[in-house]
Every structure is written in structure tokens, then in C-alpha cells.
Design a protein around this ligand. Structure first.
Ligand code: GAL
Length: 646
């Protein structure tokens, strides 16, 4: 795994660049990302290009053999361009303009902006496409950041109508698919269709779902336009930096066009901003949730063709969460090693030096704005030597996968049918339980080949693709479906025939308020679940039941169905039984310890502030790093396999 940093030469006097580059090398940095917000410095007014500074910055980095990741600067169109073509700006749900003055101020449906994006990409590629120091190109920056995938502009409306024409061919098909007879919503022409905003009460869910699909497709096609240009002019790799918690476009589809997908990992910001409980936010405020970064590593690894990395790693406090604590000493190192253990080929720190001006002046860097090395910087300086000691970081081929699906997220956003229903959180809780059983996990889409896994867990999958059950039936793979699976068609209707109807009947479902729980009896032991249950009926009820006698769990040969949102204990015991049957080895990890296998090594991570004795987990271990007493926020790495303790 190579180390890198995000550098903004345009923020610093030229006389600092040389020393910055030589210091980077001393810290073990090998690659430097530049340029993603630099349009106003490259082209201060139309066709007036200023290349000297950028040529010089590239030369300076190259002098120290630092390789460059160059970015297209389209996340920040400059003011002169917005003044020239004001329609570039996106509109929010109430049709207000999202103005110039920060970033990502563009609408993906603006044809004029797309032309500008192609123009500046071509110009950059003409100049630097063959530059041997540039080993990779990043398209734009974090599609979707600041809620920017959706725009309610008239251009979006027009493009949406065209998209619908291609999908439905004629308006009759669309009316049928959307069920527009309901509330007299029928259309006579595609041109009558508006965007689903500012309606009196909720818009038709099928209408919103198609708009979400369309908006996702707009991101993919915008990105593809840049990619086509980059590929024509350069042999360098192409990347895009995705983000944690971002689900507004389909990352699996984006990943198909990209060589090395990367993501931006801010464990403390995500925890404080996310849906964890107040207790958890305090418990892990300086470490981040033990599964958050790992979840995204496992997701993005499978969004690409296997090549992935971390483009922006949090090096200290960030500026954008409600509260922004400093990481515990050791965490920057731990997060970096966790990326390595998951198979990252790159880990880059955002940013090299804290900015003394602008929106992010309270965001830490590897150096502070007065150029003193930060705690994060000190930890980075230790990592290179450590990485060199590791044998191989080749990925471990796991036999357990979790299915995470973007359209499912959109569907449940549209009609959650219960305040506590949160698809991402549900998937995350399943993931945590799997990981606490010591499993290494792949996160996959419903289109992924499932046949290489023994167990695929789909925490909820409202639309079950036709061939998924067939595939499970014809392979050795068992699927565990969670609640609401199979409950919708792709047009957001209730299916006339439930996909599991040969085996059991779906009667109705209910959502439960926060704090309430549902009692379950499993093999004469009491458990509980929360938030949701599907009430189902079947002939042969097993011994996992709600206390009113309805089945909570169905076993079939190639799939199981769990009819509720389980507590950790319930899911854990279900998974222990299931994995035993499938001959998958599990262990019981302490709450704050996580492990991850590579092909030849096991990594253990301690997310607590206490030393934990992990000797139970390891037999005859040859430690490459650390030992069986895992200190607070420390990592141990060993070569031998785990001992089975469950
Ligand atoms: C990312 C973004 C960076 C910077 C960073 C701050 O979302 O890509 O440009 O803003 O957050 O944490």
C-alpha cells in the first residue's frame, strides 16, 4: 500500500513547495493529489490560461520522485463562468438557486456545463495527458457531496422526460408502471411530467424512484464524459473519490468505469454526524465506530474491479461534524493499517497542511497552518517502515458477503413506513454482528456473482432480481434475507405474487416506535427485535417465533427469511447456527476488538482505551507487529490462523 497526501500548492507561496516536497518524502509519502479545486487559478478568465504555477508545482514534486494524481477541477466552476452561464447552478427542492460561494454548484443536467466540463478536461489532458509524473487522474471531487446529485432545474426536467421516454417508450406504459390511475395522476404526454417536488403531499413513489434512478444516471454519464476524454489522451489510471454515508447515486455503476475507486474516510466526523446513539457517539468519539471505515472498505473494494484505496484519510479534527474531537493518539496509524488489512492499495491523508483561510481553516492537516507537524503527521512518519515489514497484503477470499443495494436505499427513503426504518443502519447493524463473529466480509450488489460465497446476507432487499433465487438454488450459496425482502416490484408496486409464496404467505407488516420491542422465542430462549415485523404464515413453523405464535424465521434449503429487525443477540445466535451449518468458522470478539484477514495475515484492532488480552484468538502466533496484549488503540498483526473458540 502506497501513502499519499492531498496538496494545494496554490494555497502556499512558491518558496515553500520545495521544502514541502522533501518533507513529504521524509514522511514516507509517495503520491500527491493536486488540482481538484484550482480552476480559477488555471483559467482566471475565459481562454486565459495560467500554466506556470501548475507546471512548476508538478516539476517540484517530480524532482523528489513524488507521483501525481491530477484532478479535473469541475467541482468548482469559477465565478466568471457562472456569470457567463448562470444556468449551471442547480436548484433545490423549493426551486431556489444553490448559489456560487462554496463548491459543487452545478446541475448535472446542464448541457452547457457538460460542455465546459469536457472543454476544461480536454485542455488539461492536452497539456498533461502524457506527463510521466502523473500516474493517475481523479474525475471531479466527491460526486454527491453537499446533497448535489439532485437538481430541480428545468434542464433536469427536460432530461428526465427524455430518460422516461427511453425507458417506457409510450405514455401508457408509464401510466401503468407508476399506477397513475391512483389520484387521477395520468399523463397524456411525457412533456406533461414534472419533477416530484413541491407537491401538496407526497409524490407518487414510483415517480420519485425513477427520478432518483435518473439523477444517479446523470452522475454516471457526466463522469463518463470526462473518462472518455482522459482515456483518449492518457494511459494513466482513473479514479474518483467517493465518500462515507453517500448513497444518492449507484456507486457500483460508477465503479464499472473506473480503474481504482477511492473513498474519503473521516471516522470521527461520520460518527458524530451519523445515526449512532448518543452513548455510542461518546464511547467512540476519538476512535470512530469500529465498523464504519471497514464497512466502506468492504463496499468500495467490490464497487470496483478490485482496485481501491483511501483518497482522504482524516488526520486530526475535522471542521464539518456537529462536534469535532481530536483522534486518540494512535488512531491515524490504526485507520491506515485497517485500510491495508482490507486490501487498499493507497492511503492518502487530507490534507498536507491546515489552511489558514477559507471554509476549512479548522480542519487538521499533517502539519498545522504554522507548519508544525501534527500528531497525525507523526503517526504517518511511522507507517512506511511498518508497511515494509508486512509480508503481503493480498486480499483474503472470504466466503461471506453482505448485500447492499442503492435502489433499495432510495425506495426506503421514499416510503420508510416507520420513523425507525433506516436501510443503511439496518445493513450496518447486520455488518457489525457479522464482524463481531470475526468474519471478513465482502459487500456486494444484487447483480454480483454470489456463487463464490457460502453465505450471503441481504438485510433487506425489496426488489429481488429474477435470477437471484435461481442462482442460490443452483449453487452452494445460502442467502439470509431480512424483513421487507421481495415486497416491491422495480416499478414500486406490490408484486402480484410474492417471490417466496411457494414456501410461506405474507399477511401484513407493522412498524414499531423507538424504545418498543417485539418478544421472540428461539429454541426456548427469550430474545427481542425492534422497528419492524412482517407477519407471515406457513405450514411448518420452526421454533423461532414471535410470542403471538407467528414465525419470525423461515428455513428453506437455499435461503432463510428473518421477518424482523433483530437485536444484536438474536442475530448473533441465528448467525452462529447458520454459519455452523455451512461450515464457516466464527469466533466471539469483545465489543471493541475487530479482526481482518489478508491472504497470509490476521490483523486485530483495538477500538477501546483498555488493554485487551487476545491470546484466546491466536494459536502459535508469529507476530509481525504488536502481541497478544493489545494496547489501547493498537494493532497486532500475526501470520498464523486464528484458533476456533466458538
Ligand atoms: C471531503 C472533501 C475535501 C474536504 C474534506 C474535509 O469531503 O473531498 O475537499 O472538504 O472533505 O473533511
Amino acid at each position: 500500500m502506497k501513502l499519499g497526501t492531498c496538496y494545494y500548492p496554490e494555497h502556499w507561496p512558491e518558496k515553500m513547495w520545495d521544502n514541502d516536497a522533501s518533507t513529504m518524502v521524509k514522511l514516507g509519502i509517495q503520491q500527491v493529489r493536486i488540482g481538484e479545486f484550482s480552476w480559477s487559478r488555471i483559467e482566471p478568465s475565459r481562454n486565459n490560461f495560467k500554466w506556470n504555477w501548475l507546471d512548476k508545482a508538478i516539476e517540484t514534486l517530480a524532482k523528489y520522485n513524488l507521483k501525481i494524481i491530477m484532478c479535473t477541477p469541475t467541482a468548482t466552476p469559477p465565478k466568471w463562468l457562472i456569470d457567463e452561464i448562470p444556468e449551471i447552478l442547480a436548484l433545490n427542492e423549493t426551486k431556489q438557486i444553490r448559489n456560487f460561494g462554496s463548491r459543487r454548484h452545478y446541475c448535472f443536467s446542464s448541457e452547457n456545463y457538460r460542455e465546459e466540463s469536457r472543454r476544461i478536461t480536454k485542455i488539461l489532458l492536452n497539456r498533461y495527458g502524457k506527463n510521466p509524473n502523473i500516474i493517475s487522474w481523479q474525475t471531479d471531487n466527491e460526486y454527491g457531496c453537499h446533497d448535489t446529485v439532485i437538481s430541480y432545474s428545468s434542464m433536469a426536467k427536460k432530461a428526465f422526460q427524455e430518460w422516461l421516454k427511453v425507458k417506457y417508450i409510450n405514455i401508457k406504459n408509464l401510466n401503468m408502471a407508476w399506477g397513475n390511475v391512483f389520484w387521477s395522476q395520468e399523463y397524456n404526454t411525457f412533456e406533461q411530467i414534472l419533477l416530484p417536488n413541491n407537491t401538496v403531499t407526497e409524490a407518487n413513489p414510483a415517480h420519485i424512484l425513477d427520478f432518483r434512478r435518473f439523477s444517479s444516471d446523470q452522475v454516471i454519464s457526466f463522469n463518463k464524459e470526462q473518462i472518455n476524454i482522459i482515456r483518449t489522451h492518457s494511459d494513466a489510471l482513473i479514479t474518483h473519490n467517493c465518500m462515507g454515508h453517500f448513497t444518492s447515486f449507484d456507486h457500483y455503476t460508477l465503479g464499472k468505469d473506473i480503474d481504482v475507486i477511492t473513498w474519503d474516510s473521516y471516522p470521527l466526523g461520520f460518527l458524530d454526524q451519523g445515526w449512532s446513539t448518543e452513548k455510542e457517539k461518546i464511547q467512540w468519539m476519538r476512535t470512530g465506530h469500529p465498523d464504519f471505515a471497514a464497512f466502506h472498505h468492504d463496499l468500495y473494494r467490490n464497487c470496483s474491479k478490485g482496485r481501491w484505496g483511501v483518497m482522504e484519510q482524516q488526520p486530526g479534527p475535522v471542521n464539518w461534524a456537529p462536534n469535532n474531537p481530536a483522534p486518540e493518539n494512535g488512531m491515524v496509524k490504526l485507520w491506515t493499517l485497517e485500510a491495508a488489512a482490507h486490501g487498499a492499495e493507497y492511503c492518502s491523508y487530507f490534507r498536507w497542511r491546515q489552511a489558514p483561510f477559507g471554509q476549512e481553516q479548522n480542519h487538521a492537516g499533517l502539519f498545522d497552518s504554522r507548519n508544525r507537524i501534527s500528531q497525525g503527521g507523526l503517526e504517518v512518519s511511522e507507517i512506511k517502515i511498518l508497511l515494509e515489514r508486512l509480508k503481503s497484503l493480498e486480499n483474503h477470499n472470504t466466503n461471506v458477503a453482505l448485500m447492499f443495494d442503492y435502489p433499495s436505499k432510495w425506495m426506503f427513503d421514499i416510503q420508510p413506513q416507520g420513523r425507525e426504518w433506516n436501510y443503511e443502519k439496518l445493513c450496518f447493524e447486520f455488518y457489525t454482528t457479522l464482524r463481531r463473529l470475526g468474519l471478513s466480509i465482502d459487500i456486494i450488489s444484487p447483480d454480483h456473482d454470489i456463487s463464490k460465497y457460502k453465505l450471503v446476507v441481504a438485510p433487506s432487499l425489496p426488489i429481488i432480481p429474477d435470477n437471484l433465487l435461481k442462482l442460490a438454488k443452483s449453487s452452494e450459496t445460502k442467502i439470509l434475507f431480512g424483513p421487507r425482502s421481495g415486497s416491491k416490484t422495480s416499478e414500486y408496486q406490490t408484486p402480484p405474487e410474492y417471490p417466496f409464496s411457494k414456501d410461506f404467505q405474507f399477511v401484513k407488516s407493522e412498524s414499531i416506535r423507538a424504545g418498543a420491542s417485539l418478544k421472540i422465542n428461539m429454541n426456548n430462549k427469550a430474545y427481542h427485535s425492534k422497528n419492524w415485523r412482517d407477519i407471515i404464515e406457513c405450514e411448518n413453523i420452526n421454533n423461532i417465533k414471535f410470542i403471538d405464535g407467528h414465525p419470525a424465521y423461515i428455513n428453506q434449503e437455499y435461503y432463510d427469511y428473518l421477518a424482523t429487525w433483530p437485536s444484536h443477540e438474536l442475530l448473533k445466535d441465528i448467525l452462529i447456527t447458520l454459519t455452523k451449518k455451512l461450515a464457516i468458522k466464527t469466533i466471539n470478539l469483545p465489543e471493541n476488538i475487530r479482526i481482518r484477514h489478508t491472504k497470509d495475515m490476521t490483523f486485530a484492532f483495538n477500538y477501546s482505551d483498555e488493554t485487551v488480552d487476545i491470546s484466546e484468538l491466536v494459536s502459535n502466533a508469529i507476530f509481525t507487529y504488536g502481541g497478544s496484549k493489545l494496547g489501547p488503540h493498537e494493532v497486532s498483526i500475526w501470520e498464523t490462523q486464528m484458533k476456533e473458540i466458538v
